[in-house]
Design a protein around this ligand. Structure first.
Ligand code: NAD
Length: 499
């Protein structure tokens, strides 16, 4: 067990500045209106820094810098850009603990996740796109004896990116790495709940990128996000966040006829077929582990397996074991490497989850474990903690249909394959899903029948850089990860030449 020192105390791996301006054109720039907002840590509820509260004027400054930088960056070769991305990956790796502590302090997630998953995945994203850009090929088509068509990839120019608070650094990386590799300049707006860990990252890599290629502007959605997404000076907007906000982003983009990537909400089914409980062996244990994934990252995951569907012939015994396992999950100080469940990212999010715990009870769902706020005592008593909660009910309840975004799973039973698919697809969303079966045929058929962009089969929650990720239905438009992303950040130029 290691307990990392809190920022601001002796031995801390990261030192936050007391105030963060915007990062524009390779330097810190104060917000035009001179306003800042306070940023509390969810770990102890106390304000640890203040951050630029930007408006449309700041977005314009960032767009000026991006437009100035875009032509030269776009003219670099894929090999040059790949090298820059590799160096960024190396720099992040050298500072893994600094970034992990910054992310934990800012978001409340357990440091073990940051050390083992969030930051290594972010690093791998830069490495993956450093290589992927060099594999991109153009094309030549012979039109007739005298005429040839050449296909080129060209950067879009300046792109806007808006990200949420649940994986601040990983979500930033999912957007920055492919856009940079493709040759674009970027204006990115982090979420107002988690504005600073990306600033720690920017400070670490500032010398590796030409000024103005990446600009970070902080602030609230309506004041800073909307002017960015609706600007006629961007050639694409990539957004991750709630479905309701995604609809607005698409409206803004339609005014300028620019492409959107929308990564939105989810209500993912995790389906356990009867053969899972044939034996209480390592497969069964793995399935229980997959069930418990609902509490990973405090449930603040767009693909959180928040609806567990279990065959009626095994549900009672399976739930007994699942409850016992959930009770053993270690909730505590997020800076302690033994902690498995930390704090919710903000007080607003805590209150939203608590309200859904009331809604579930009022709807008649049974609470099998959890169902309440947790006071960790001492200097963590003001932090935002909720006990992992298992509800048992049915799929028509609000707790099955609405995204809670907390460590809460709603469990229903099914009878037979067809009913499992019917319940799984009875949702507005279609992002993630899980299928657990010892029978390859059942698992394959379920994987094809579920209307979701990602189906994990006998596993859950892996995010390899080279696997396309994105939503069906109200969960979004477009994909992230995988080298197909490069096309989403480029134009195709067709040059028809007659010799
Ligand atoms: P949110 O929509 O409230 O905010 C996301 C971002 O949008 C923030 O930066 C916010 O400031 C900005 N924003 C808000 N209103 C805006 C507006 N009018 N114009 C422009 N920008 C605006 O979402 P959130 O609460 O930060 O994030 C949680 C949501 O994100 C959940 O629904 C979750 O499922 C989703 N999510 C999806 C994925 C995915 O890959 N599909 C990944 C992570 C999170």
């Amino acid at each position: 067990m290691t307990v990392y020192a809190q920022p601001g105390t002796e031995g801390a791996k990261v030192t936050f500045k007391s105030r963060y301006d915007n990062w524009i054109g390779g330097e810190w720039v104060a917000p035009v209106k001179g306003q800042y907002f306070e940023n509390p840590s969810p770990v102890n509820g106390k304000v640890f820094t203040e951050v630029a509260q930007s408006t449309a004027e700041d977005i314009e400054l960032a767009l000026d810098a991006a437009h100035k930088a875009a032509p030269a960056w776009g003219a670099t070769s894929p090999a040059e850009r790949g090298l820059v991305l590799s160096r960024i990956a190396d720099r992040l790796e050298e500072n893994l603990e600094t970034l992990a502590v910054a992310e934990t302090w800012e978001n409340g997630k357990p440091i073990r996740e940051c050390l083992a998953a969030d930051i290594p995945l972010a690093i791998d994203h830069f490495r993956y796109f450093a290589g992927a850009i060099r594999t991109q090929e153009g094309g030549i088509s012979e039109i007739d004896g005298d005429t040839v068509a050449y296909h080129f990839h060209e950067p879009l120019g300046v792109v806007g990116q808006i990200i949420p608070w649940n994986f601040p650094l990983l979500m930033a990386t999912w957007k920055l790495a492919p856009a940079l590799a493709a040759g674009n300049a970027i204006v990115i707006k982090p979420a107002e709940q988690t504005p600073t860990s990306i600033m720690v990252l920017i400070e670490l890599i500032a010398d590796l990128l030409p000024a103005g290629v990446v600009n970070v502007v902080n602030g609230f959605g309506a004041e800073a996000g909307a002017p960015l997404a609706s600007s006629p000076r961007i050639s694409k907007i990539a957004f991750t966040g709630e479905t309701t906000t995604g609809r607005l982003i698409m409206q803004y983009a339609s005014q300028n006829l620019i492409p959107v990537t929308l990564e939105l909400g989810g209500k993912s089914p995790n389906i356990f077929f009867a053969d899972v409980a044939e034996q209480k062996d390592s497969f069964y244990e793995k399935a229980l582990e997959g069930f418990a994934m609902f509490a990973l990252n405090q449930g603040e995951v767009c693909t959180c397996p928040s609806r567990a569907l279990i065959d009626s012939s095994i549900i009672d015994g399976f739930l007994d074991d699942a409850v016992a396992r959930t009770k053993k999950v270690v909730q505590g100080n997020p800076l302690d490497t033994d902690t498995q469940v930390g704090a919710q990212a903000s007080n607003d999010q805590l209150q939203k989850i608590l309200s859904y715990l009331d809604i579930g009870r009022q709807e008649g769902a049974e609470v099998l474990t959890g169902g309440e706020q947790v006071d960790l005592g001492g200097d963590l008593s003001e932090g935002f903690y909720v006990a992992p909660t298992i509800f048992r009910g049915n799929n028509s309840m609000r707790i099955f249909q609405e995204e809670i975004f907390g460590p809460v799973v709603s469990v229903a039973e099914f009878s037979g394959f067809d009913q499992a698919m019917e319940i799984a697809n009875d949702t507005l969303y279609g992002l993630g899903s899980g299928v657990w079966s010892r029978n390859g045929n059942t698992a394959y058929r379920a994987g094809r029948a579920i209307q979701a962009g990602r189906v994990w089969t006998n596993c859950y929650h892996q995010y390899p850089a080279h696997s396309a990720f994105g939503g069906y239905k109200n969960s979004g438009i477009g994909r992230e990860n995988h080298k197909m992303m490069l096309d989403h950040y480029q134009q195709t130029k067709n040059l028809l030449v007659s010799y």
